[in-house]
Design a protein around this ligand. Structure first.
Ligand code: HEM
Length: 397
């Protein structure tokens, strides 16, 4: 039996379907072919939460250390495509500034100040969440932390959209725009300049702690920036999208801000900014009664796992009272679990708080501009392209 006969649902899946509204097809895959093969992406696909966890926590069998790994082909070698001791070395160079204590005691106040300023500019300006607050907050936070605060954040945002698009192109077998090389060279030259001064935040620490060789630092920083920008921008935008399309939840946040982390988790569960992660099998392996040969690409669908009805009742609903909403796998479990998750959470929290504070101070209420409202979409990175808001006097919700 060939793969299309063995996995008929997987054989029918299209890139367009996964890009626009993948929920139904992911449900069918999870139910009938929880480990499937998708010719459209030339990859094995895992959509059940327990199997996703099994693969993401077993780096010996499901590795990122493979020359075909798309992010590394665009950005170069870094912790994202290393396993074993080399992965530990690369990751350990960056751990300190991402620890919860450092985020709480040092970064949170800076992020809150930036979010308040950006929010006020957004509502008095474009009224658009992604480009007004979510993206600029993500880029300013990480540039500042790395010690690249002189670099123009609008330019960096455009580079990272281009990197995201290039990775998507590679994934679907399309050509990568040649300008990507010069974009990356420009970014690396900024990092090299920062390496030669002695108060450039994390970059200075990397030069002095010597965990990474000097020639490894530019790609390592490029990857941390990549991890921090597209994803956090999408995380904040998606959180606003969920809350403003569920005004009763937004209303509850107004009087009880302790619900904000729940709302953020529930949004992360329903729309993980990075919808899947890639691994390569190092040996023939049986997963969910399916034999996957050695050397094959296996994609773990975080979107599929997060909507597994065996883990979450009524999984498609946005429910900020869900008792286990923090059990999503959006930040991945295992050795490659997201390094920046506390920073990212602080950004989205600060953006929501800035909006709630503005509402409380002005007596106004924000709402989605429904005519232009868009839901999250995208193949690998999902978010609404734009999220325009309006504001008016507060009535009812
Ligand atoms: C300040 C913000 C962020 C930074 C600095 C950051 C950085 C990183 C880094 C360096 C890694 C690689 C870890 C490793 O390989 O050991 C990583 C992994 C990951 N991050 Fe983040 N990240 C941020 C925000 C986010 C957000 C908002 C999301 C999704 C909503 C996200 C999703 C992921 C995922 C899925 C992985 C695992 C990749 C894999 O297993 O192949 N990250 N992050």
């Amino acid at each position: 039996m060939d793969r299309a006969e063995q996995f008929p649902i997987g054989a029918e899946v299209t890139v367009d379907e996964l890009t626009e509204t993948p929920y139904e097809v992911l449900d069918r895959l999870r139910l009938h072919e929880p480990v499937s093969f998708l010719p459209a992406l030339n990859a094995w696909w895992i959509t059940r939460r327990d199997l996703a966890l099994e693969a993401m926590t077993n780096a010996e069998t499901f590795t990122v250390d493979d020359d075909r790994f798309t992010t590394a082909r665009i950005l170069g070698t870094s912790m994202l495509n290393l396993d074993g001791p080399e992965h530990v070395r690369h990751r350990s160079a960056f751990v300190a500034p991402f620890r919860p204590k450092f985020v709480r005691e040092v970064l949170e106040a800076q992020i809150t100040t930036a979010a308040t300023r950006l929010w006020n500019e957004t509502v008095s300006g474009s009224g658009e969440i992604r480009t007004g607050i979510a993206g600029p907050l993500a880029v300013e936070t990480i540039l500042d932390l790395m010690g690249l605060d002189d670099v123009d954040s609008t330019e960096v945002l455009s580079w990272y959209s281009a990197f995201g698009e290039a990775i998507t192109s590679l994934t679907v077998g399309a050509a990568v725009p040649p300008e990507i090389d010069s974009t990356l060279a420009r970014l690396k030259s900024y990092v090299e300049t920062a390496m030669s001064i002695d108060d450039a935040g994390v970059i200075t620490d990397l030069v002095t702690n010597g965990v990474l060789r000097r020639d490894e630092i530019p790609a390592a920083v490029a990857v941390v920036l990549f991890g921090a920008i597209e994803t956090s921008e999408a995380m904040t935008t998606n959180a606003f999208w969920h809350l403003l399309t569920h005004p009763e939840s937004w209303h509850r946040l107004r009087s009880d801000r302790s619900l904000i982390p729940h709302a953020i988790n529930e949004s992360l569960r329903l729309e993980p900014a990075a919808t899947w992660v890639d691994r390569y099998t190092t040996t023939n392996v049986e997963l969910g009664s399916v034999m996957i040969p050695s050397g094959e690409l296996v994609s773990i669908s975080l979107l599929g796992a997060n909507r597994d009805p065996d883990a979450f009742d009524n999984p498609g609903a946005f429910d900020i009272d869900r008792p286990n909403l923090a059990q999503h796998v959006t930040f991945v479990k295992g050795p490659h679990a997201c390094l920046g998750l506390h920073v990212a959470r602080a950004e989205t929290q600060a953006a929501i708080e800035a909006a709630l504070t503005w509402e409380a101070e002005t007596g106004q209420a924000i709402a989605l501009e429904h005519e232009r409202a868009q839901s999250p979409h995208g193949l690998i990175f999902r978010r609404p392209e734009h999220l325009h808001i309006t504001s008016g006097e507060r009535r009812g919700y």
